[in-house]
Design a protein around this ligand. Structure first.
Ligand SMILES: *[C@@H]1O[C@H](CO)[C@@H](O)[C@H](O)[C@H]1NC(C)=O
Length: 349
C-alpha cells in the first residue's frame, strides 16, 4: 500500500512538472509575440517606414483602422515623389493622413516651432498664430517660440490644450540681413538650452506667412527641407545659389539638387542643431571676410542641404507665395508667404 502511495506521489510530481514546463513554454511564446524585435523601441529617424516599427500596438491597434488599400502601380504621375537619394517628396495624394496620425499619435511627440517677428514683422504674427492653431499639427503637443524685439506687441493669444507659446526677446537691428543672420545662432541656442529633452522635432518658419490647410505628421523626418515655389520648374543654372567662390555658401555651376526655402525647414533636433551650427559658423566666416551670401542664410542652407541631403523633402505646397498663380500640380496650398510691401516693413532695402 505504501509502495502504491509512493508511486502515485511520483506520478503526481511528474504531472505537475510537465504542467509547469507547459506553462513556461506558453507564456514564453506569448511574450515572444508581443516583444518580437519588430516591436522593440528603436529610435525613429523620421522615416515613416521606421515609424511603423515603433508603433505601440497595444495602445492603438492598426487592425481596427479602415483605410484604402495602398497601390503599388497607381498614384501621382504628374510629379516626382522620391529624390534620387530616395527621400520621399511630399505632395497631396502621396500619403494617408489618418494612417500617419494613427502611427504617430501613440508616440506622444512634441513639436517646437521657431518664428522671428523682429521690427515691423510683428504685424504678421497674429495671422501666423491663428492659422497655425487651425492647421499645424492639430492634436499634437506644439510649442511655438516667438523671437521678437517687441515682446509687448505679441498678441494676447489663447492656444488649444497641449499647445504653448513662449516669447524670447532679441535685440533690434537696423538691417534685415542681420536679423536673418542671427536666426541660425538663436535656433542653435534654443535647441541646446530648452529643447533637448523636451521636444522631438523642430520647424523653423517665416512669420510673414500663414497656414491654409493641413501641415502634419507627413512632414516629419530627420532633416526636412521645403522646395522653393519660385524655382521648382527651373534648370539649376537659374537657381539663385551663391556663385562666388569666396563665400562658404558657394555652389559651382552644374551642381545642386533643388532650390530650398530659407523660410521653412526642420526635422529632428540633432539634425537641425547641426544645420544651424554649421550655417552659423559659415555665415560668420563669410562676415569676417566682408562677404554676405546672395540670399544670406538661405544660401548657406542650400549649400548645407546639398552636402547633407534631406531625408524628407516637402513640395512647394508647404511654402507657396500668395502672389503666385497656383500651378496644376499644386492640389493644395498648405502654407504660403503673404503678399507684402517690403518698403513698408524692412528697415532697409
Ligand atoms: C505626453 O507627454 C507629456 C510630457 O512628457 C506628458 O505630460 C503627458 O502625460 C504625455 N501624455 C500621454 C498620453 O502619455
Amino acid at each position: 500500500m505504501s509502495q502504491m502511495n509512493g508511486r502515485s506521489v511520483t506520478l503526481l510530481l511528474l504531472f505537475l512538472l510537465l504542467l509547469g514546463i507547459l506553462y513556461v513554454y506558453i507564456t514564453q511564446s506569448y511574450r515572444m509575440i508581443l516583444c518580437s524585435p519588430d516591436n522593440e523601441e528603436t529610435k525613429d529617424t523620421g522615416y515613416a517606414g521606421e515609424a511603423i516599427v515603433h508603433n505601440h500596438e497595444l495602445q492603438m491597434p492598426l487592425d481596427d483602422l479602415q483605410y484604402k488599400q495602398p497601390s503599388i502601380t497607381q498614384g501621382r504621375t504628374d510629379v516626382v515623389t522620391v529624390t534620387p537619394w530616395l527621400a520621399p517628396i511630399i505632395w497631396e495624394g502621396t500619403f494617408n493622413p489618418v494612417l500617419l496620425d494613427s502611427i504617430y499619435k501613440p508616440k506622444n511627440i512634441s513639436i517646437a516651432v521657431t518664428v522671428f517677428a523682429v521690427g515691423k514683422y510683428i504685424m504678421f504674427l497674429k495671422n501666423f498664430l491663428e492659422t497655425a492653431e487651425q492647421h499645424f499639427f492639430i492634436g499634437y503637443r506644439v510649442h511655438v517660440y516667438v523671437f521678437t524685439d517687441r515682446p509687448n506687441e505679441v498678441p494676447d493669444f489663447k492656444m488649444a490644450a497641449g499647445r504653448q507659446l513662449s516669447v524670447r526677446s532679441v535685440p533690434s537691428s537696423n538691417r534685415w540681413q542681420e536679423i536673418s543672420a542671427r536666426r541660425m545662432e538663436l535656433i542653435q541656442m534654443l535647441i541646446e538650452e530648452k529643447l533637448y529633452g523636451n521636444s522631438d522635432y523642430i520647424f523653423c518658419l517665416d512669420v510673414d506667412s500663414k497656414f491654409h490647410d493641413r501641415w502634419g505628421t507627413e512632414s516629419l523626418g530627420g532633416l526636412v527641407a521645403v522646395i522653393h515655389p519660385g524655382y521648382y520648374r527651373d534648370d539649376r543654372s537659374r537657381f539663385p545659389y551663391e556663385r562666388r567662390t569666396i563665400s562658404k555658401a558657394y555652389m559651382a555651376a552644374g551642381v545642386g539638387d533643388f532650390y530650398y526655402c530659407g523660410g521653412a525647414f526642420g526635422g529632428r533636433l540633432k539634425d537641425v542643431h547641426l544645420l544651424a551650427k554649421t550655417c552659423r559658423s559659415n555665415f560668420e566666416a563669410d562676415a569676417k571676410e566682408g562677404v554676405e551670401a546672395a540670399w544670406q542664410e538661405e544660401s548657406h542652407l542650400n549649400r548645407y542641404m546639398w552636402i547633407n541631403k534631406p531625408s524628407k523633402v516637402l513640395s512647394p505646397e508647404y511654402l507657396w507665395q500668395d502672389f503666385k498663380e497656383r500651378n496644376s500640380e499644386i492640389h493644395i496650398i498648405r502654407f504660403s508667404g503673404v503678399v507684402k510691401n517690403y518698403a513698408a516693413i524692412r528697415p532697409n532695402q
